[in-house]
Design a protein around this ligand. Structure first.
Ligand code: MN
Ligand code: MN
Length: 456
């Protein structure tokens, strides 16, 4: 993606002129008759994301871009709709707008090509817009690209071991991996879910930063493949389950941005990495699983495995009382039923943080929506034989009930936020191809940057 942003213009660089209706009317005045006729014949209108090349004596004179509610994705659309070539933006942008335009343009070049034998077609290059923060654009592009690549990689090539290896690609951070006997001793719930697979479960523990800075801990659900376990999913629901480590991918990619920007935080990232398969050692419906915190969980559905592994990771996270604890998890289908795949719902008890996160999501064009952490539904998690059960009998409020399950394990954190991320685009939109997506990453990154501004 970064290769589509270039340092300087060439002789054939085409300026792109973003226009709304008023600017288009002004632009047309005084143009040559031939140009006016070309525009009329092309039926170009200055509406959102429309493009038109305007001919000149030696090739295109410029490209018109319809602009309505301009965002970074306006520039993704321009890159996707214009022919290959080198372009520059002919408009006055603030530094933030310039950075966003660069990110949007480059996102259009994302392609998951690990399994493609043919290279991609011609390049769409943009001269870096004046005033853009190139380091910030690069950092976000790397983070989004990493998250998408990890999510898009099939489970065969990204199991628990490979997910731990992915964490080690975050340069500058320290990574330790808990597995084997140490995992069995400290993290019984992670072991319970992971033992149905021949690929052993583990807990990835990444840390970075000055211990004197505020503690920020991210937790990401790392179910590398979710078959449902013995409560096996049907084929339609299982097909996309390589993406069930999307929360881990987003948390690790976000960690890369935090480290690169040197945010003044003491960062910790915890990823319980497992595969939920119905192998010979698989945990069963009716089993009671012990957790790190000591609470016992009756397994009423082996397909509600994410919350079980998160119980142990969140309990560990809470032990050192972070100022902010954020978990990302592809946790429930109910979250998708509630708000679809283009919005990430979140839960927190902290009203001020909720409002700030909502605004960050709007500003980042990565929408978040708060759902209620309604204590009255806690009763759906009551078990006849254990402290909790993992799946409620009701089909209502499933995403909130899952959040209430997690809440049982986060006691020590000052502020806890849970995001039930889709981590996936069901349909292609400009700059957002169908497939793995870093849903929520740009929103939380924007929030963290404002709460913990880097000192430059
Ligand atoms: Mn499941
Ligand atoms: Mn799952």
């Amino acid at each position: 993606m970064l290769a589509s942003l270039v340092a300087r213009k060439s002789a054939s660089t085409v300026p792109i002129v973003p226009l709304d209706a008023a600017a288009f009317a002004a632009w047309k005045r005084g143009r040559a008759q031939a140009v006016k006729r070309w525009i009329a014949a092309s039926a170009f209108e200055p509406k959102g994301n429309r493009v038109l090349l305007v001919p000149g004596p030696k090739g295109p004179a410029c490209a018109l871009l319809g602009r309505k509610d301009e965002s970074l994705y306006t520039w993704s659309a321009a890159a996707q709709r214009l022919p290959p070539g080198r372009y520059r933006i002919d408009a006055a942008h603030s530094p933030e707008e310039a950075t966003e335009a660069a990110i949007g343009w480059a996102l259009a070049a994302y392609r998951f090509d690990r399994y493609r034998s043919e290279p991609a077609g011609g390049a769409h290059e943009l001269v870096w817009p004046a005033g853009a923060d190139r380091a910030e654009a690069a950092r976000q592009l790397v983070a989004i690209g990493r998250a998408r690549d990890w999510i898009n990689t099939p489970a065969e090539d990204l199991g628990p071991a490979e997910l731990a290896a992915a964490a080690r690609t975050i340069e500058g951070a320290e990574v330790s991996v808990v597995e084997g006997d140490a995992l069995a001793d400290g993290f019984p719930a992670i072991v319970a879910v992971g033992k149905g697979s021949g690929r052993a479960p583990r807990l990835v523990d990444l840390s970075w930063g000055d211990p004197a800075h505020p503690k920020v801990t991210l937790v990401g659900k790392g179910v590398c493949f979710d078959s449902g376990g013995l409560d096996l999913k049907g084929s339609a629901n299982m097909l996309r389950m390589k993406k069930d480590m999307g929360g881990a991918a987003i948390a690790l990619a976000l960690a890369g941005a935090i480290v690169d920007a040197r945010l003044p935080v003491r960062l910790r990232v915890l990823v319980p990495a497992v595969e939920n398969l119905p192998g010979p050692g698989a945990y069963r419906p009716g089993d009671v699983v012990r957790t790190r915190k000591g609470k016992t969980v009756e397994i009423t559905n082996t397909d509600a495995e994410g919350r079980v592994i998160l119980a142990d990771a969140l309990a560990l996270a809470a032990e050192d009382a972070p100022e902010l604890l954020v978990d990302f998890a592809t946790l429930t289908g109910a979250a998708r039923v509630a708000v679809g795949t283009e919005i990430t719902p979140f839960w927190t008890a902290d009203d001020a943080v909720a409002q700030a996160l909502f605004e960050a999501g709007e500003g980042a064009h990565d929408p978040l929506w708060r759902l209620p952490l309604h204590a009255g539904y806690r009763r759906h998690l009551e078990s006849e034989i254990a402290d909790l059960k993992n799946a409620a009998a009701t089909s209502f409020a499933g995403a909130t009930i899952a959040a209430l399950f997690l809440k049982e394990f986060v006691g020590g954190a000052r502020t806890w936020v849970h995001l039930d991320t889709p981590a996936w685009n069901d349909r292609a939109r400009p700059g957002r191809p169908q497939g793995g997506e870093a849903s929520g990453l740009r929103a939380v990154w924007r929030y963290l940057r404002s709460r913990y501004p880097a000192r430059s």
